[in-house]
Write a protein that binds this ligand. Structure first.
Ligand SMILES: [Zn+2]
Length: 473
């Protein structure tokens, strides 16, 4: 009965994948396989159920925590159950940033309790907290104009409206040190997200080692806007902040690896994965439990379809993406001699919105860097992208045909910098930035059909990359 269902499904699905104008085009060879992967992906809810297990049984899992250790053990068991080969862990040392009590309230012009989340890697406040006046700025230019005279001894609040993650996140990452340069005693950042129901969005910061380290936390969009209004009225804002988090360096952790070993060129590798660590709030469902399980689901969809590619498909769940990238960099260091054999490194780390296509991160030359690339580099990137685009007929039933130059992912970024073509999954992120790095990143918001389609798109692309004569290099 199962087989019957599959045969019917694939025979109808294959008609959804169009013939290109040139029926001899190499892509035609993969029409049946793509239809099979589409069929097995849409008929399986295993990856979705596994994500539910990870979220409900383990929950959030910051680097170095016992919960991340539980998640790693769970991932080994799950990859084996899914039929992957050579399942193992690779040890990595990671920082363990442990959140403590966090409290903040305004004292003047009125007492308001504020929902805050300390930024990952932040130092704590002195015992008893910090009480100081708040200065509200909307940009670094504004901060620079105020200079030491306007900032020294104060708490700087960056009230910067969300203009896209890439454009706004810099204030969260670098704002503390920038404020410390002018003598600020702490910094706050308006949550880097597109929506808030009194939900602060956490995330990592990065200190300039040459400047004093000051504590830093995210406030909600609501409270940031309130303090902006107070400042505009000329009111004095006095605020109290307490944070007693600690940082434990060099905790043992691991990347988790499993493979479908290639039947003709096993040494050539298509790597795909996500990161298993998450922030310590919510369930880490879409950041990035789902990315891990989209790639594992894609590998299983290939196996379920009875396909066995020429090259190896390797699934990696990275550790410590969120606050250090030790998992990605450690993987690169440990595998340097074989990077020349990597056909592509794909990362799924932008949630579970419907897949729109893929971005090609060619020698690190995404849109930001292509402008400074040499004509030869641009030519190579263009040719590589054309090869990606030639696969579009296979992805048409999923609407995943938007192929462009762009970023790939933090975990694979260091391998891309070594010359391995990187691939990012483009999703509709309309609702992703609403819940990213918040308590609200929970399993209930993961839509099963979207996840199945994401799995199908990644599965089809990974299979063809592991099979095709040319590579993206
Ligand atoms: Zn992530």
């Amino acid at each position: 009965m199962q087989m019957m269902v599959r045969v019917i499904a694939v025979s109808s699905l294959i008609h959804m994948i169009p013939f290109t104008a040139n029926a001899q085009a190499p892509v035609q060879r993969y029409r049946l396989a793509a239809a099979q992967i589409l069929g097995t992906s849409l008929q399986s809810s295993t990856a979705y159920d596994q994500l539910g297990e990870l979220c409900d049984h383990v929950g959030n899992r910051i680097s170095g925590s016992e919960r991340l250790d539980q998640a790693i053990a769970w991932a080994v068991k799950t990859m084996k159950a899914d039929g992957l080969q050579n399942v193992h862990t690779e040890k990595i040392l990671v920082p363990y940033w442990k959140r403590g009590t966090e409290k903040a309230w305004t004292i003047s012009p009125q007492r308001h309790e504020l929902s805050v989340l300390g930024l990952g890697m932040s130092v704590a406040t002195p015992q008893g907290g910090i009480t100081a006046d708040v200065v509200v700025v909307g940009s670094y230019d504004e901060l620079d104009r105020l200079g030491e005279a306007g900032v020294k001894g104060k708490i700087v609040l960056y009230d910067v409206p969300f203009a896209g993650y890439g454009k706004t996140v810099g204030y969260r990452v670098g704002g503390a040190s920038r404020a410390a340069k002018y003598g600020a005693v702490a910094s706050l950042v308006r949550s880097v997200g597109s929506l808030s129901f009194d939900t602060p969005h956490t995330g990592t910061l990065s200190y300039n080692e040459n400047l004093p380290k000051i504590p830093s936390a995210a406030v909600t969009i609501e409270n940031s806007m309130m303090m902006r209004r107070m400042a505009q009225r000329g009111e004095r804002i006095q605020l109290h902040l307490e944070m007693d988090n600690i940082l434990i360096p060099d905790q043992p952790s691991a990347n988790v690896v499993g493979e479908i070993v290639g039947k003709e060129k096993p040494q050539e590798v298509v790597l795909m994965g996500g990161h298993l660590d998450s922030w310590d709030v919510g369930q880490g469902a879409q950041d990035d439990g789902v990315g891990c399980l989209i790639t594992l689901g894609a590998a299983r969809a290939i196996l379920d379809a009875g396909l066995h590619p020429k090259r190896t498909i390797r699934v990696v769940f990275f550790t410590n993406e969120e606050n250090g990238d030790f998992g990605g960099k450690g993987y690169r260091d440990a595998h340097k001699p074989e990077l020349g054999n990597f056909v592509a490194v794909l990362e799924s780390d932008s949630g579970n919105g419907p897949v729109k296509g893929f971005t090609l991160d060619f020698h690190g030359e995404g849109p930001s860097k292509i402008s400074v690339a040499t004509p030869e580099e641009k030519d190579r990137a263009g040719k590589s992208l054309a090869r990606m685009k030639s696969l579009n007929p296979l992805l048409e039933p999923l609407g995943a045909t938007n192929m462009e130059l762009g970023g790939s992912g933090t975990d694979v970024g260091s391998m891309v910098a070594e010359g391995v073509p990187g691939i990012g999954v483009s999703h509709d992120t309309t609702h992703y930035w609403e819940i990213h790095h918040t308590k609200a990143d929970t399993f209930d918001k993961v839509i099963k059909l979207d996840m199945q389609k994401n799995i199908a798109a990644v599965g089809i692309l990974a299979y063809v990359l592991a099979e095709m004569d040319e590579t993206l290099r």
